[in-house]
Design a protein around this ligand. Sequence first.
Ligand SMILES: *Cc1c(COP(=O)(O)O)cnc(C)c1O
Length: 386
Amino acid sequence: MSSHGFATKAIHAGQAPDSATGAIITPIYATSTFVQERPGVHKGYEYSRSGNPTRSALENCIAALEEGVAGFAFASGLAAESVIIDTLPKGSHIIATDDLYGGTFRLFDKVKRELQDLEITYVDMTDESAVVGAIRSNTRLIWVETPTNPLLKIIDLEKIAAMGTAHELITVCDNTFASTYLQKPLTLGFDLVVHSATKYLNGHSDIVAGLIVARQDDEVSRRIRFLQNAIGSVLSPFDSFLLLRGLKTLAVRMEAHCANAHAIALYLEAHPKVREVLYPGLPGSPYHRIATRQMKGYGGMVSFYLQGGAEGTERFLQAIQLFSLAESLGGVESLIEVPALMTHASIPKEVREKIGIGDTLIRLSVGIEDPDDLLRDLEQALATLN
Ligand SMILES: *Cc1c(COP(=O)(O)O)cnc(C)c1O
């Protein structure tokens, strides 16, 4: 299976036809426990928190797609992230991307910092010297999110991985925004990849789920395996089934997301009522070169500022129709939001301003509808601005 291409692996890896019935699709093993022949003698499963065949299929599939050795499925992206941080000893220091997903920032800053006496330094990782400069004697882990959210900056994964190796630090990449189709951090030397599978991997906006993939079978991945069962924040068999179904079409969906987002970024960039467009696929983006090198496409997220400030932004949001005003991203349907007021509201205003998330920044999660319909909708909403 490892010699197969991405789309083939997404459809087949970990998903052999059911041995009992021949069912081509991995069944939903809705069972809490498994019968044992004699105490301790069983078919590999004993209790569904520790392991469930539907979840195993999903975990093997994502491990194959990320080109790692082991996958772990959790009840949400944040549950997965929490377990990664739980592997660290008390008093550890973490270096994290400054432009982080709001919920990750909240988990680090409002939960883990106090409970585990963590120290956290947030740095602009597009400046690699800032990352090296932040390393201390108790630094254990570097946490990277790229493309960043919502500013869509691109961080050089190869450089960060090399830094991790040189200083014996665990490197983690939140790969949610790119998806495993566009970006493979483990092949660039990262130790762990984490996903909010709620987004592109599932792609249909009907579940919340998290995944971790480990590059090697080492102390960290063994600890994650232990904690997944010991803490118990696992993904249910039903949601594992839906996520497996979503993964099967990831390759074709991502191609469509990228094509639509690219067309929209070009359209917005040329529009007189748009002040600035943030999209790594635009040749003028400061991140275009690094994105071209480390990603297979530029992704489905586009952020921009309108001319006309808060009032214009408000009017635009009222006028837009096909893009639904909602948090989240990565589904087949197009969404629009204002990060400062919605997804990133949990980040203090002064921190937001420092990293450049203005109150009128608009973020699009471009879906896979017909691109002409999306462009027409943007056009009519822009026409309401004077
Ligand atoms: C949504 C998201 C998360 C959190 O995942 P949940 O599934 O909502 O718990 C983490 N990181 C990024 C980049 C996200 O977009």
